[in-house]
Design a protein around this ligand. Structure first.
Ligand code: VGL
Ligand code: ZN
Length: 202
């Protein structure tokens, strides 16, 4: 059993990010048995759930003449536009059936504000609006985080970098993550995580 100061953070293991889903990450479902095995070992277990209203500003379909994977300038910076995904209450937004969801102590939903996306478990994409996760972890005495889930180069990486910046000791267990890898985004994310002091463990 891991020490009570350690948390496992399971990022966005939802149907839409798994094969057959709206924003499927290649072999995204392969990580689930590994995550299920790790869960009983941690005393603090947090899951995140991407949770968008229909017509969310991160959806290409919301913007005239935009296709998925193009970008747009938002007040908070450049935003990749995605296929409609993880719509609140949809089957795509549910955790994958094989994930041991009942093990979660806390489920953090993010991306529920129509006008702003939220990759990170800690902050929305404006880098200032908090999700509340920092307070939860600190009040439970957590100092060390292990991150797993989907996708390595977006929600996992943003969460890892924010966690490190907030002073947590962060490890990303890469074998329990899968990437979207859009135009070199995986290499870029790995470099950013390293620069922020995140430990990348194969
Ligand atoms: C994610 C793109 C859009 C992720 C969420 O979980 O990595 N990526 N929404
Ligand atoms: Zn999303």
């Amino acid at each position: 059993m891991r020490d009570a100061t350690e948390a496992l953070i399971v990022i966005d293991v939802q149907n839409d990010f798994c094969p057959g889903g709206a924003l499927a990450v290649t072999r995204g479902d392969e990580i689930i048995p590994m995550i299920n095995e790790m869960l009983p070992d941690f005393q603090v277990k947090v899951f995140t759930q991407d949770w968008h209203p229909a017509g969310h500003s991160s959806f290409a379909s919301t913007h005239a003449e935009k296709e998925p994977y193009q970008t747009i300038e938002m007040p908070y910076g450049t935003q990749v536009l995605w296929p409609d995904h993880c719509i609140q209450g949809s089957i795509g937004a549910r955790f994958h059936d094989h994930l041991h969801r009942d093990r979660a102590d806390l489920i953090i939903r993010k991306g529920f504000r129509a006008e702003i996306d939220s990759y990170s478990a800690f902050f929305e994409n404006d880098q200032t609006t908090p999700t509340g996760l920092e307070g939860y972890l600190r009040t439970r005495g957590v100092t060390k985080l292990t991150l797993v889930g989907l996708a390595t180069d977006f929600c996992v990486a943003y969460s890892a970098v924010d966690g490190a910046r907030l002073g947590f000791e962060v490890t990303v267990l890469e074998r329990a993550c899968r990437a979207i890898d859009l135009d070199g985004s995986l290499d870029a994310a790995r470099a950013e995580m390293r620069a922020a002091g995140v430990k990348l463990e194969a």
